[in-house]
Design a protein around this ligand. Structure first.
Ligand code: AMP
Ligand code: ZN
Length: 119
């Protein structure tokens, strides 16, 4: 399948993995927006949150618990962190394989960051 994150799961594109189990993979974002910026993905190809189905309920829970572990292992549990899913065009989703961003390691800005014309 012509999907960047499926290729990362397969290992045909390299990534800096920080967590992996049978169902979930976490790796460092290639363009970090914070001192800690990790992506958590299901190994199963699900394009967006819109495509998650009731049969994915357990997998979605696994993703959240993997995010919790990644954040804890990065030392973010006490100071806090942000867990983000961009769904679709208005949210700026670029890679259409479901993923959650774990961001932390500094005080983060407002949640609803408007589009920046000069970025
Ligand atoms: P989104 O805008 O939510 O679709 O986020 C996609 C994220 O994937 C961006 O933060 C990118 O920096 C990140 N990204 C793109 N290609 C790679 C890659 N090869 N390895 C790690 N992260 C990537
Ligand atoms: Zn995929």
């Amino acid at each position: 399948m012509d999907c960047l994150f499926c290729k990362i799961v397969e290992g045909t594109i390299p990534s800096a993995k920080v967590y992996e189990d049978e169902h979930v993979l976490a790796f460092r974002d290639i363009q970090p927006q914070a001192p800690v910026h990790t992506l958590i993905i299901p190994k199963k190809h699900i394009p967006t949150m819109n495509d998650a189905a009731p049969e994915d309920m357990e997998l979605l829970g696994r993703i959240l618990l993997a995010a919790q572990k990644v954040a804890r292992d990065a030392g973010l549990a006490d100071d806090g962190y942000r867990l983000i899913n961009n769904c679709g065009r208005d949210a700026g989703q670029v890679v259409y394989h479901l993923h959650f961003h774990v961001l932390g390691g500094e005080k983060l800005g407002p949640l609803n960051v408007k589009e920046q014309p000069d970025r």
